[in-house]
Design a protein around this ligand. Structure first.
Ligand SMILES: CC(C)(COP(=O)(O)OP(=O)(O)OC[C@H]1O[C@@H](n2cnc3c(N)ncnc32)[C@H](O)[C@@H]1OP(=O)(O)O)[C@@H](O)C(=O)NCCC(=O)NCCS
Ligand SMILES: [Zn+2]
Length: 222
């Protein structure tokens, strides 16, 4: 389904778009599985078969390939590529120019079936800052924070702050985004954390969720 520029900018999409989905007149949404409240901006392209949840923001020039799956309230900043076999859970922030991959050893002369490609998962609440490159086959844990320009080659534990190429852990990030102290306390919101199962990062120390900017209730999926 090709969007024309017949609709005035800034209106909710017409019958060609999934219900409740805003598609900019110069955006291209070919998927019919996009949740309500999602906005798809100019020159962004959501391919047929891509699954996008509710309340997402897909910014200019982003590309969401068939087979990609995005949860609810995901931010996809400008020029970011989410390819086939990539799963993005709820409340993930993908900064501008983030690149995912799905073929570990690509060759133009070697054609591969879809089943020969490898999956990548970004868990709930994680941030991938500007220019991050994710080498395929990795899992980025809940509320992990990947600093600008990092190259992910290994799994990232929950709440880990990783930087550089290849990305290495340098500390821990709170759900609110601040870096934790050595005692695993957030200097900004006061949340406390403790190690989760070895190798899987941190979890909130209290019974409930830590304070901080919490998302609202999930909107229904279509
Ligand atoms: C990671 C980040 C949050 C800073 O974290 P921080 O713990 O406050 O780090 P600091 O600024 O105190 O820097 C600590 C050290 O890490 C280095 N560093 C900071 N960010 C880095 C990055 N992305 N990659 C490599 N090194 C980095 C600093 O140079 C500094 O090194 P030094 O001690 O040798 O001088 C920030 O640099 C970042 O990447 N933010 C994302 C911005 C972005 O892409 N936003 C997208 C939407 S616009
Ligand atoms: Zn905090």
């Amino acid at each position: 389904m090709t969007m024309t520029n017949s609709r005035p900018a800034g209106t909710v999409a017409d019958a060609k778009s999934p219900p409740g989905v805003f598609v900019h007149p110069r955006g291209l949404c070919e998927s019919d599985t996009v949740g309500p409240g999602t906005r798809i901006w100019a020159f962004a392209h959501v391919m047929p078969g891509a699954v996008v949840g509710a309340g997402c923001n897909i910014c200019d020039h982003a590309f969401i390939e068939s087979g990609a799956r995005l949860g609810d309230r995901v931010t996809v900043k400008n020029i970011t590529l989410v390819c086939d076999w990539v799963t993005i859970e709820d409340d993930v922030f993908l900064g501008p120019n983030v690149l995912f991959t799905n073929d570990f050893r690509p060759r133009a002369e070697v054609r591969k079936d879809r089943g020969e490609l490898t999956p990548t998962v970004v868990r709930r609440g994680a941030t991938l800052a500007a220019g991050v490159i994710v080498v395929t086959g990795t899992e980025i844990g809940e509320y992990a924070f990947v600093g600008a320009g990092a190259v992910i080659t290994r799994d990232v534990p929950a709440h880990a702050l990783v930087l550089g190429s290849p990305a290495r852990p340098v500390g821990w990030a709170c759900r609110c985004g601040e870096r934790l102290t050595d005692k695993l306390i957030c200097p900004a919101c006061g949340a406390a954390y403790k190690p989760a199962t070895p190798g899987t990062g941190l979890r909130a120390a209290g019974a409930g969720e830590p304070p901080g900017r919490l998302p609202g209730p999930a909107a229904p999926r279509v």
